[in-house]
Write a protein that binds this ligand. Structure first.
Ligand code: 1CP
Length: 357
């Protein structure tokens, strides 16, 4: 395995000194890039991009080629590959979100679900990981990822995206035994899937709990955090002679940072509703922090973006342990030049916070 040429991202996660704050963007490969739209048109549809290692590698590299300052690559795939491998039949209709041919709403439905074999059923993802690692050739680390069990369960019960999670929450509240059985299967699936990604070459992993923040204080612990804890406990934490950091991201989870830090995760992702200075004071001795510019700030001018980057850097303050990111994924309407201004600002303005390193 090749040596890493740029290991700022991994160093900041482990709170080792860095010369500047590392930066990447959630959803950095995606529709805001014309080159992504061209690859997607060539592949035919979104899942064909994911299933073909050459295409997945090509789109993973696109943001890195356009923005050579990015400090990490993220595997091009989707969180919904697991439910798809469980037989639900994932598909995308143009202009709409993900949909499933089959849903999971009863005890019988849950019983019938297999735990996918990461190599056999999701081998195309592992091929993508190893292909991307080769292509990166040590340029920056590669992030693997998965959805959290709760977030995956919402899509499986609803049959797609949802605004209020009516069916998923009704199942959790009316028939918690069935919801827990589903979350258990998903937890086993996520552990073997992420460990397979790590063995294939993922150098850090992120768990996207996009919809954990839709739960009440108690329900979050019961239906989401509890299972993310099991995942953290089950992951390979060292590979290729390096630690493999684990990043937990619960969108709208700012009030639960202490409990999230207690899981033993390496870092927490913050959305933009949390003040990063306050977050550091609360949990900064236990975990690194990733975030947290409002992604819609990328609709503002480069000058305004730069001011916001400065404010967030100042909020975190001196020293390592911060990975700059957006508070959620970059959106399709963003001007790619503004994303470039964002990335450059982070490196330019952050060096002053790392002078003792
Ligand atoms: O080309 C297209 O039209 C498809 C758009 C798209 C893309 C680019 C989807 C469908 N998925 C992806 C890639 C993707 N999804 C990545 C790639 C790596 C990267 O560059 O960051 C990642 C990490 C994801 C993760 C993902 N998918 C999440 C968690 C992160 C988040 O944004 O909250 C979720 C919730 C999904 C489901 C999903 N897949 C696709 C869409 C449009 C959605 C969201 C639907 C919804 O809002 O419910």
């Amino acid at each position: 395995m090749s040596e890493l040429k740029n290991d700022r991202f991994l160093r900041a996660l482990l709170k080792q000194p860095v010369d500047a704050t590392p930066v990447w963007m959630m959803r950095q490969a995606g529709r805001y890039l014309p080159e992504y739209r061209a690859s997607r048109a060539k592949a035919g549809d979104f899942m064909s991009l994911c299933r073909n290692a050459e295409f997945a590698c090509e789109v993973t590299m696109q943001p890195l080629d356009r923005y050579p300052s990015l400090d990490a690559a993220i595997l091009f795939s989707d969180i919904l590959t697991i439910p798809d491998a469980m037989g639900l039949g994932l598909y995308f209709e143009t202009g709409e979100g993900p949909k499933f041919k089959k849903t999971v709403r009863t005890a019988k439905d849950v019983e019938a679900l297999p735990v996918p074999d990461a190599q056999k059923d999701l081998g195309y993802v592992m091929n993508a990981v190893s292909t991307i690692r080769k292509e990166l050739n040590g340029r920056v680390p590669l992030i693997g990822f998965s959805g959290s069990p709760w977030t995956l369960a919402t899509y499986m019960v609803e049959g797609g995206s949802s605004k209020d999670f009516r069916l998923a929450k009704a199942l959790a509240f009316n028939d918690p035994v069935t919801m827990h059985a589903l979350l258990d299967k998903l937890t086993q699936s996520v552990i073997s899937y992420l460990n397979a990604q790590i063995k294939a070459g993922a150098q850090a992993v992120q768990i996207f709990d996009t919809w954990g923040g839709a739960l009440s204080h108690n329900a979050y612990r019961e239906f989401s955090l509890n299972y993310m804890q099991k995942i953290v406990n089950g992951l390979i934490r060292e590979n290729e002679g390096r630690q493999v950091p684990v990043i937990l991201f619960t969108k709208n989870g700012g009030q639960w940072l202490e409990s999230m830090a207690d899981t033993g995760a390496t870092a927490l992702g913050l959305d933009w509703t949390t003040d990063i200075a306050a977050a550091r004071a609360r949990v900064g001795d236990k975990v690194a922090l990733q975030g947290n510019m409002d992604p819609t700030m990328l609709y503002a001018s480069p000058k305004r973006i730069r001011e916001e980057v400065a404010t967030i850097l100042q909020g975190y303050g001196n020293g390592t342990g911060h990975i700059f990111n957006l508070g959620h994924g970059i959106t399709p309407e963003v001007d790619p030049a503004n994303a470039g201004a964002f990335i450059e600002s982070v490196h330019e303005l952050s060096a002053q916070y790392h002078q003792d390193s």
